[in-house]
Design a protein around this ligand. Structure first.
Ligand code: IVH
Length: 692
């Protein structure tokens, strides 16, 4: 017989472990329902035996009683701030390295300095104090000397361990950042909008606001994350020699530490890191405003010391901002491929995210009204990576005369057809279809796009002319063009006309998934196109599919028509996983629409569409690619694997079947090894691709 006390202790340890597996290691072992069962058992036990309640119990993560104010806390060691390098280019990194070498009195011939390089997370600085392995206190930075106590709030953040794993030091104060991922932020704002509540401005403000709540139950509802970047106080612990090793040890305690950190050498290493992270910046799940370099050797850190409140051994190296302020000159409407009318702000040109931006999307009528943007307003514009620039919010309203207010037109500004707004949908659409020249142009540009049929040289200027002169009305017409016709167009010489014809000829041999994607079926992006291509295996099978029978909603299909199901089974058709009934319906409507049918028939006569070998329904293996390959790019490896029905994932988890490790593979390789996931090299990958 176990006592309630023993059972509670066992449940806490078990829940804490599953918390870590889920929130920190991304390798859950339990379903949500199984976790809930354990959680409720512990809750019931604590209610029946109040003497067993403990602040570090996982049940406390839902948030306790509200406070009346946040108590001040004096930090045992001050929370420092960090110097910023304003030169966002390579030179910024070189300058820092030169300064460190000077201060360490190194000669030109001496070895490069070793640095720890990390992301500079854009969140709220926090200090976590663990005593005998249990989270004892959490405090904000405040003025660096005195912060605010936010322990009850911080306990609700699932990735922060309430108890450290393994043999913990007497005292350990961890410093790090509380932040929100962009996905969590957007999801939270969608929920706010649905509930008719006010929206949050950005992930950083939301994170800071959530941590400084008086009511921990509110904090508990906010999707917060944490990442450690250092330590302050330690007692009863043998400190490693390097900063990077401290972070390794924190990770071993179960504390989240970012996996993109690296140990690099000299200015070259810093520059390479700065560039690499800049290239990855848009794909990161959260916002960063730069990277941080730290002299890795803790002894050297001590000898370098601090100036004022900033350590001499660290620097933040920023990236160009992704948001800027500018003026809206006018609000116009653009008509897209499927007829959607998008309000677009014409802007006073502004340099943001590395390019000059002169227009930005306002998405749709509802978004425009929600943000309340008028012509003449001064607004915040955001451009992150390849994403279309958008108007984020109004900074200062303009004079706002009646004519500055945006009104959605009643008819299409391009073709004059009436516009409709379907109830329950955000989009206003032109009803002109391919009669509308705007839709025609966009359809052609999509068809010729790099990820679709990849017809190089068929750009906007050319498509404009082809449509305006009625030379081309749909994608099938493209394949009737000859060099003589093209050579007559503006900006086209004989040579470029011939090249374009050659490129079009080349595009006649097309892979099925690219062709399906190129058709521009509403709702069919690249991923869905690949799924469809794998499932059907040929263009003929795709076009003659019995769409209603293919709906993933098997239950409904069975009820609807048992006969049809039998037929489908006889033809060995399998339900299309990942495609819901609405999408199946839309695809069916598109391919059966008479005009589309005709265009597709003509295209299939003009093209040779090839397909991958038909795959068995059991999906393939899940791969993760890391490091650089020599005989192919990672993108090529991905395509080869996907063409054979395998999946390529971004992160390593227990569900990964193989990790392909190229040169200089980093943390993903480490993670694979720690999880026992098989690791293969490039030669083995090639063999694998040959065999299947
Ligand atoms: S180290 C020893 N490392 O940036 C200097 N700070 O002014 C202490 N921050 O609010 C900071 N990512 O919370 C360091 N990888 C990182 C960081 C980082 C974000 C924050 C920090 C503080 C500010 C520094």
């Amino acid at each position: 017989m176990t006592s309630p006390r023993e059972r509670a202790a066992a449940l806490r340890a078990e829940l804490e472990r599953h918390n870590r597996l889920y929130y920190v290691e991304d390798a859950p072992e339990l379903t949500d329902a199984e976790y809930d069962r354990l959680f409720r058992e512990l809750q019931a036990l604590e209610q029946a035996h109040p003497e067993l309640a403990a602040p570090d119990s996982p049940t406390q993560r839902v948030g306790g009683a509200p406070a009346t104010d946040l108590a001040p806390v004096r930090h045992e060691a001050p929370m420092l701030s960090i110097r910023t390098e304003t030169d966002t280019e390579d030179a910024g990194a070189a300058k820092f390295d030169a300064r460190i070498r000077r201060e360490l009195e190194l000669a030109a011939g001496d070895a490069p300095v070793e640095y720890a390089a990390e992301l500079k997370l854009d969140g709220l600085a926090i200090s976590l104090r663990y005593e005998k392995g249990a989270l004892a206190r959490a405090a904000t930075r405040g003025d660096g000397e005195v912060g605010e106590e936010v322990t009850a709030n911080v306990r609700t953040i699932h990735s922060i361990p309430l108890k450290l794993k393994g043999k913990a030091p007497e005292v350990l104060e961890v410093r790090g950042e509380i932040f929100m991922t962009r996905a969590a932020f957007e999801k939270m704002n969608r929920r706010q909008a649905e509930a008719g509540e006010k929206l949050f401005i950005n992930p950083r403000n939301s994170a800071a606001g959530a941590v400084r709540q008086l009511d921990p139950k509110i904090t508990a509802q906010r999707p917060l994350s944490f990442s450690a970047h250092g330590f302050a106080v330690v007692r009863g612990w043998r400190l490693p020699q390097r900063h990077s090793e401290v972070l390794d040890r924190l990770a071993a305690f179960g504390i989240p530490v970012d996996s993109r950190r690296a140990v690099v050498h000299g200015a070259e290493g810093l520059i390479e890191y700065h560039r690499r992270i800049r290239a990855e910046r848009e794909k990161l799940p959260f916002d960063i405003d730069g990277v941080v370099y730290k002299v890795n050797d803790l002894g050297l850190q001590r000898s370098l010391g601090n100036v004022a409140r900033e350590p001499r051994w660290a620097i933040a190296h920023k990236y160009p901002p992704q948001e800027e302020v500018t003026e809206v000159l006018a609000i116009e409407v653009q008509v897209g491929r499927t007829g959607t009318l998008t309000p677009v702000g014409r802007l006073k040109p502004v340099f943001v995210g590395g390019v000059t931006v002169s227009s930005a999307t306002l998405h749709n009528e509802d978004e425009l009204r929600r943000k309340d943007v008028w012509a003449g307003d001064t607004v915040v514009v955001r451009r992150a990576g390849d994403v279309i620039p958008e108007v984020v919010s109004v900074r200062t309203p303009g004079p706002r005369r009646a004519e500055d207010r945006f009104e959605m037109p009643q008819s299409c500004p391009v073709c004059g057809s009436p516009v409709v707004r379907v109830a329950g949908e955000a989009a206003t659409r032109c009803t002109g279809g391919l009669y509308c020249k705007a839709q025609r142009k966009q359809t052609l540009l999509h068809f010729a796009g790099r990820r679709a049929m990849d017809i190089e040289g068929l750009g906007e200027k050319l498509v404009d002319q082809l449509v305006e002169r009625d030379l081309v009305a749909n994608p099938a017409d493209l394949y009737r063009l000859d060099a003589a016709t093209l050579a007559h167009l503006e900006r086209m010489g004989e040579k470029s006309a011939q090249n374009l014809v050659l490129n079009m000829e080349r595009s006649r041999k097309a892979e099925l998934h690219r062709f399906i994607y190129a058709l521009g079926i509403p709702g069919v992006g690249e991923e869905v196109a690949k799924l469809l291509a794998r499932h059907f295996g040929s263009l003929a099978a795709f076009l003659s599919a019995d769409w209603p029978a293919l709906m993933a909603d098997k239950e409904a299909a069975r009820k609807e028509n048992a006969q049809r199901k039998k037929r489908a089974e006889a033809a060995r058709e399998v339900p299309l996983e990942g495609i819901g009934p609405e999408l199946a319906d839309a695809i069916g409507k598109f391919v059966q629409e008479p005009h589309n049918r005709e265009v597709i028939a003509r295209l299939s006569g003009a093209l040779q569409v090839s397909a991958p070998p038909r795959q068995a329904r059991a999906a393939g293996k899940t791969f993760v690619l890391t490091g650089s390959l020599t005989g192919m790019t990672r993108e090529e490896a991905r395509e080869a694997l996907e063409a054979r029905g395998h999946k390529v994932a971004a992160a390593v988890s227990k569900k990964t079947d193989y990790v392909v490790a190229g040169a200089e593979a980093g943390t993903k390789l480490e993670k694979a090894r720690s999880l026992g996931v098989p690791v293969i090299d490039e030669a083995e990958l090639k063999q694998f691709l040959k065999e299947r």
